[in-house]
Design a protein around this ligand. Structure first.
Ligand code: PLP
Length: 433
């Protein structure tokens, strides 16, 4: 049992004195589950060690970024070699070219531009879509998160195809006045929005398979429908693969639908895995659309550390190591944990559904299949909190919210998987209590 938290508690108190909520990204504060977030001192493979010396199997993997686990020796060596040559020059470098070539090889994009976070990637993709089409309206789906871009921090308006309201104080109504928020997986609502506003819609942006309301797969053909509808109306289809890219499968979520169905997004966004644990993200797409970006075209976009040699080297090393065997291992681990979690919860009589998109998965504490945010919101978050803490006490670090995907890596060996399986029955019993 991991019951020593003295140092994490002391650090949390110091952190709260100097940082809002004591954290630099809200979900880390454990507000959704209560208790003290563990301050992590180191990571190795599938394991985290906190400042009190407790060890945890990590099922967060830096929110999906660490496909190969913590401190992978070859990625570390590549980063160390890059750092020894300097960290940033503000000039073009070879690693940027190599990483761009690798992404173009592995995805349907023709050209790619690097940025430093997924938020910048989606923000820039939307600006480019607006600049390319000369239109202003953006369609997004409730429950899909695309980073903290003002116009995308939007809550659905009050009626069918009405414009959105700010999702947080600090976002002016004018920033969301051109955003339409629709229910996910609902073709009729998409058709209605295009019927009413089609000639004003610049783009539809969607998570390729949502992972930010828990994992919700697109219904068969949904992404294809979005792509076709956009094309029919002269809008662009932006597939946000910041989370799913190089993770849901070798070819991301697109490898699970677009590749076999024969469609391509006009623009895509990437982050997480492609940065190998350092801040790197990207947006890319059709050559004629990307040609509108400065300095080739008129749509402005830039970044001091964009494509910096250390982050691009980490990303390149990661993608080069991300072979079919890596994805086979991750699939197997995901499947084993998914199945065991479902079994433990069934045996404890806890209502739940386990959902997945390729190697990404999550457990909803509700008894009906979740196809959209309304259904995701119906889950029993108190049951999740009890489950979460029982897992944490037994040395398994889950994402501290019921609305997050669980992530595994190729470093999750049999010992790490067994530690998760051992913890599940007691955690399921805690959720039932
Ligand atoms: N898009 C998706 C699908 C994400 O999951 C995230 C982050 O979780 C983002 C965009 C934003 O990325 P970042 O946190 O790097 O700004």
């Amino acid at each position: 049992m991991t019951d020593r938290t003295t140092r994490s508690e002391a650090l949390f108190e110091r952190a709260r004195a100097v940082t809002p909520g004591g954290v630099n990204s809200p979900v880390r504060a454990f507000n959704a589950v209560g208790g003290t977030p563990r301050f992590i001192a180191s990571g190795q493979g599938a394991w985290l060690t906190d400042v009190d010396g407790n060890r945890y199997v990590d099922l967060v993997c830096s929110w999906g970024a660490l496909l190969l686990g913590h401190a992978h020796p070859e990625v570390q060596a590549a980063i160390a070699a890059a750092v020894s040559r300097g960290t940033s020059y503000g000039t073009p470098t070879e690693p940027e070219v190599e990483l761009a070539e690798e992404i173009v090889r592995r995805t349907p994009v023709d050209k790619v531009r690097f940025v430093s976070s997924g938020t910048e990637a989606t923000m820039s993709a939307i600006r480019l879509a607006r600049g390319f089409t000369g239109r202003d309206v953006v369609v997004k789906f409730a429950g899909c998160y695309h980073g903290h871009v003002d116009s995308l921090l939007a809550a659905a308006g009050s009626g069918l195809a009405t414009f959105a309201l700010p999702g947080t104080p600090g976002v002016p109504a004018s920033s969301t006045a051109l955003t339409l928020v629709l229910p996910y997986n609902d073709r009729e609502e998409v058709a209605a929005a295009f019927a009413e506003h089609g000639d004003r819609i610049a783009c539809v942006i969607t998570e390729a398979a949502p992972g930010n309301m828990g994992v919700v797969s697109p219904l068969p053909g949904f992404n294809a429908y979005l792509a076709e509808t956009c094309t029919a109306h002269g809008a662009l289809f932006i597939s946000d693969e910041v989370m799913t890219g190089f993770r849901a499968s070798r070819l991301g979520q697109w490898g699970l639908d677009g590749a076999s169905e024969g469609w391509k997004p006009d623009l895509m966004t990437f982050g997480k895995v492609m940065g190998g644990g350092l801040p790197a993200a990207a947006f890319g797409g059709r050559a004629d659309v990307m040609a509108h970006l400065a300095p080739e075209g008129p749509v402005y976009q830039a970044g001091t550390l964009s494509g910096n040699p250390v982050a691009t080297t980490a990303g390149l090393a990661t993608l080069k190591l991300a072979t079919d065997e890596v994805y086979d291992r991750i699939s197997l681990v995901a499947e084993t944990i998914r199945t065991a979690a479902g079994k433990a919860l069934t045996e404890a009589g806890v209502p739940h559904v386990v959902q997945s998109a390729g190697t990404m998965f999550s457990v909803f504490f509700t008894d009906e299949q979740v196809l959209d945010f309304a259904a995701a919101s119906s889950q029993d978050t108190a049951a999740f909190a009890a489950f979460f803490h029982a897992m944490l006490d037994r040395g398994v670090h889950l994402p501290p919210s019921a609305y997050e995907a669980w992530f595994v890596s190729s470093a999750h060996d049999d010992r790490a998987v067994q530690a998760v399986l051992d913890a599940l029955p007691a955690a399921a019993a805690a959720a039932a209590a």
